[in-house]
Design a protein around this ligand. Sequence first.
Ligand code: FAD
Ligand code: NAG
Ligand code: NAG
Length: 663
Amino acid sequence: MLAKSFALSLACAAIASAESSAAPSFTASVAPAAETVASDATPANVALFETEKVQLTDNVISDLQANPGIAEYAALFEFEDSSNSKLRTRARRVRKSLRCKTMPGDLLYPSKMVWGVFDLLLGGALEKIVPIGSPCYKKSEYNNYNAEKCASLVANYNQEEIYYEDNGALMNPLYYGMTCPIPASGNFASGTCTQGGYSEYAVKISNVAQIQLAVNMARSLNLRLVVRNTGHDYNGRSVGKGALSVWTHGLKDIQYVERYKSSSYSGPVFKVGAGVQGFELYQAADKYGHSAVAGICPTVGVYGGYSAGGGHSPLMQLFGVGSDQVVALEVVTANGRFVTATPTVNSDLYWALLGGGGGTFGIVTSAVVKVHRKVPVTVSQWTLMTSETVSADAFWEAFKFFYDNFPTYNAAKTYSYFSLMKLAPGTYMWSMGPFFATDKTVEEYEALIKPFYEKCESLGIKLNANTTHYDSFYPAYQATFGGLDYFVGGAGATPGNRILPTENWATKDIRNQTFAAVRNAVENALMLNMYHQHAADQEKKDVNSVNPAFRNEQSMIVAINLVPQENAAGWKAAVENLNTNILGPLRRVTPAGGSYGNEADIAEPDWQQAFWGKNYPRLLKIKKQVDPTGLFYVHHGVGSEDWVVDDKGIVGVQSTDGPLCRA
Ligand SMILES: Cc1cc2nc3c(=O)[nH]c(=O)nc-3n(C[C@H](O)[C@H](O)[C@H](O)COP(=O)(O)OP(=O)(O)OC[C@H]3O[C@@H](n4cnc5c(N)ncnc54)[C@H](O)[C@@H]3O)c2cc1C
Ligand SMILES: *[C@@H]1O[C@H](CO)[C@@H](O)[C@H](O)[C@H]1NC(C)=O
Ligand SMILES: *[C@@H]1O[C@H](CO)[C@@H](O)[C@H](O)[C@H]1NC(C)=O
C-alpha cells in the first residue's frame, strides 16, 4: 500500500483510478473520441482530406468530461493549452519531477485498463508491437514461433516491404539493439527474443484525432513518443524503447490541384498524405504528365523523414531539394492541436519542419507540394574495373578526370549516383548506376561527357557505356534507380556521409587534397556510394531550414564500413574506424562541408554544425517554443542535447534500447 499511496501522490488521479476501477462504461458518442469538423478550409488553400476532418476538438473533450463512464480518464487526453484541469497542472509537475520518461514496468506506466480506454477512444487502432524477428524464436515472451514465417523472413530480410508493412520494424536494425534479429539462414534462431529498443505500442493512424489523442496522452503521462512512417531511418529515429509510436504509413491520399494559388506559389500541386512513398508520388505525377521530387529509393516516405531532413533527388538540380517542394503542411503539434504551417501562417514552424529533421517539431499529416513539368532524361550506365588492360593508375586517372568535372556536370543540371569499391589491394570497381542527364538528348549528353570519354580512350580504357533516352522521368527512373538493391535489413556494415562543397573544387590544389581523402576512403571502406549533385537555387533565400552545406554541394559521399564481427565490440570498432580513418580525413578537408542528417553516421561529431550549420540556433529556439515539454525526441535531433538514452552499450554504439532521461 505504501507504494500505491506514493504513486497516488505523484501521478495524476486518472492513472491511480485506472489501477482500481472496474471497466468503464461508454456511450456510443465517446468511442471513438472524435468529431468530423464542418469546415475543410485551411490556410494551406487546399481542403483537408476526410482523414484530417476527423479531429479531437474541445467539444470532444467536453463530452468526455461530461460522460460519467469516462470522465475520470478525460484529463489524459486534454490539450496542453486547455484551461481548466487541475490534473493537467499535476501532470506537468509529475513530468518535471521525473528525470526519465515513464517506461513499461515503472509504477506510473499506464495499466492495461488505461491502454484499453485509449484503444476504445482511438476506435481500435492500438497495436502491440511485436519484434519483426520474433517468429524465429522458441524463447520469447511473444510465444509466436513459426518455422514457416521465420523461413520467409530469412528469405526476405533485405526487402524493404517487410519492414514498412510492419508496425514497428527498422530497416537498419542495429539501432534498436539487435535483441531479436532475423537469423541469417534456416527457420529458427537460438537465443531469446526481447523487445529491446523497439517501441511498445503503435497507433495505426487513419485520422487526425488518433494522432491528437496519442500526443495528448503521451504528454500527460510522461510517455516516450515516436513518429514512424516506413522505418527507413538510418539512425533508429523512428523507434524508441518503451515508446508509444504514431504510425503514419496509412495516410496515403494524393490529390491533384491544377491551379493552386497562395501568396508564395502559383501552379499545379499535389496534396499528399504523410504516408505516401516515393514510387506512389512518382506514379501519380507521371499519370498527370508531370514530374515530382522524391528520393532514389522508391519506398522512402516522402513527407516523413525525407522532406523534413532535406531530401536529395535525381530532379533536385532542376527543382530544388525535397524540402523546397512543400508550400504548406498540416501538422499536429506537441500541445495536441492540429495546425497549418505555411510561409505566412505559423511561419517558424513551417521553416523548422522543412530541413530541421523528422520527429522533432510535430507530426505531419499532409503536405501541399509543387508538381513540375514533364522531364526528358538520358541515362547512361557503365562499370569500370581494373584488369590486365586497365591499371590501377589508369583507373584512378580516369575517375579523377570525371571527379574534377563535377562542377561542369552540375552546371549542366545533371545528377549521378555511383559506387566505388576496392575489391582487393590494387583492384577497384566503379559502377555508374546511372548518370542521370535530365533535359538532355543523347547528343547533348554525349557532348557534355565527351572530354571524359576521350580521356578514357587516351588511357586505353573501353567504357562500353549503355546510354538510353526516355521522354519522361518515371520510365527513366524505373529502368535505373527503381531497380537497384538498397541493401536494407543487415547490420554487417555501418554508414556515414560527407557533403563536399563547391569550395573543394576551387583550385587544383584543394581538388587534389580532397581527392586524396576520397581515395583514402575507398581504400578503407567497404564501399562508397557517391553522387554528383547540386540543388537548383530557390527564389527566396532561407525559405526553410535545410542545411546550407547541402545547398552548396557538388557531391555527397555515403561511406559504408564493414563490421568485423557482428557483436558490440565489432560494431563499436566499425563506427570508430569509420570516424577515424574514413570520414575523419574527409571532414578535415571540407571545413565548409557538412553531413546529410538523413543518411548520417550514428556518432557524427559536432552534429549540430554538421547537419544544420548556421541554422542551428534558430532551430533550437523554435524547438523550445513549439515543444517546451520535450515530447518529441530523436537521436541527434534539434534539442536532443537535453536528453540521454542509456543503453548500457548493448551494441557498442548508441541505440534506442534504454530509458530516455534528461541529461
Ligand atoms: C534504402 C534507402 C534509400 C534512401 N534514399 C534516399 C534518397 O535517395 N534521398 C534522400 O534524401 N534520402 C534517402 N534515404 C534516407 C531517407 O531520406 C531517410 O531514411 C528518411 O528519414 C526516411 O523517412 P521515412 O519517413 O520513410 O522513415 P521513418 O524511419 O519512418 O522516419 C524517419 C524520421 O522521420 C520522422 N517521421 C516519420 N513520419 C513523420 C511524420 N508524419 N511527421 C513528422 N516526422 C515524421 C520519424 O520520427 C523519424 O525521425 C534513403 C534511406 C534508405 C534506407
Ligand atoms: C541499358 O540500360 C537500360 C536502362 O536504361 C536497361 O534497361 C538495358 O537493359 C541496358 N542494356 C544493356 C545491354 O545492358
Ligand atoms: C594533383 O595531382 C596530380 C596527380 O596526382 C599531380 O600530377 C598534380 O601535380 C597535382 N597538382 C597539384 C596542384 O598538387
